[in-house]
Design a protein around this ligand. Structure first.
Ligand SMILES: [Zn+2]
Ligand SMILES: [Zn+2]
Length: 291
């Protein structure tokens, strides 16, 4: 008899809306996904493709038709809201001001962004700049889509690799209920959490619960890691092929909190259609879990 909790797993992958929002919904369904993530504009930056009201309406209909449960909008990597450089921070402000409301309008559940890098003057100064930028860019925003600061691998002046950074970012940005965080299994490991054992996962979750509150965790990127715990390197690996491995993924998928999150793959496949086998792998491992 199929385990109900396996059927309810919300698993998807990073796809594209370059061919239109309805086509992305269909592609997600074809690869066996119940969620997908997309970039609203080129990951390196640039202009956002104009999306018509009719494309958004067709996208909403396709979402129902294909049973897509969660849609995640990921802001470009070039967005650095913590930067002291005015040009870089102006670009970040423009993208946040335009793409967060767009994501809410097209029905995305979450907008994920990298908190950025302070570039030398310390986390407190960087976090304060993120807060000011959010105040300015999202004044009046009502939270149609939740905005999530992604947990990062760390390294250099990158913000977001500690629970105190994440808690500070949420507070600095106004503490609104629509603010939260996005987990990433690869980044958590690289940041120093042992996400490969049940005890390690419990310790990590307890720390986030105490500092941030687990209700702030909106979704999770499910990636294996090419590099070890504490490496502070962001190197994704295919499911089961990295340091987390199948046993680590089994531990993650056996945790009731993690398992109930929308899980989205960003593993290094050659072609996005190859995510179908990655999703099958995750479902196979999830079926082994005792929850
Ligand atoms: Zn990311
Ligand atoms: Zn990453």
């Amino acid at each position: 008899m199929p385990d109900k909790s396996i059927e309810s797993l919300d698993i998807g992958a990073h796809l594209t809306i370059a061919g239109g929002i309805p086509a992305a919904m269909k592609m997600a369904h074809e690869i066996g996904a119940t969620n997908f993530q997309f970039f609203p504009r080129n990951p390196r930056g640039g202009a956002r493709r104009a999306i018509s009201q009719s494309e958004m309406a067709d996208g909403r209909a396709a979402r129902v038709e294909y049973g897509i449960r969660t849609v995640i909008c990921h802001l470009p990597y070039t967005v650095n809201p913590a930067s002291p450089d005015e040009r870089i921070s102006d670009f970040a402000r423009m993208v946040v001001a335009e793409d967060v409301p767009f994501a809410a309008e097209m029905g995305a559940d979450f907008v994920v962004l990298h908190p950025g890098a302070h570039m030398g003057d310390g986390p407190a100064a960087g976090i304060e700049r993120v807060g000011r930028l959010f105040d300015n860019a999202l004044a009046g925003y009502r939270g149609g889509a939740r905005v999530l600061f992604e947990v990062m691998a760390g390294g250099g002046s990158v913000l977001g690799s500690t629970v105190s950074d994440i808690a500070g970012l949420i507070q600095a940005a106004g503490g609104h209920e629509w603010l939260g965080t996005c987990f990433d299994s690869c980044h958590l490991l690289a940041a120093g959490w042992d996400v490969t054992t049940p005890a390690g996962i419990d310790t990590m979750l307890a720390a986030f619960d105490a500092a941030v509150g687990l209700s702030r965790v909106g979704c999770m990127h499910l990636n294996d890691s090419k590099t070890h715990k504490d490496s502070h390197k962001d190197r994704h690996e295919l499911i089961g092929r990295g340091v987390i491995g199948e046993s680590g993924l089994l531990a993650l998928l056996s945790n009731p909190f993690i398992r109930a999150l929308p899980l989205c793959l960003e593993t290094p496949v050659d072609d996005i259609r190859d995510y179908d086998s990655e999703i099958r792998q995750v479902r196979r491992i999830a079926a082994l879990a005792t929850v």
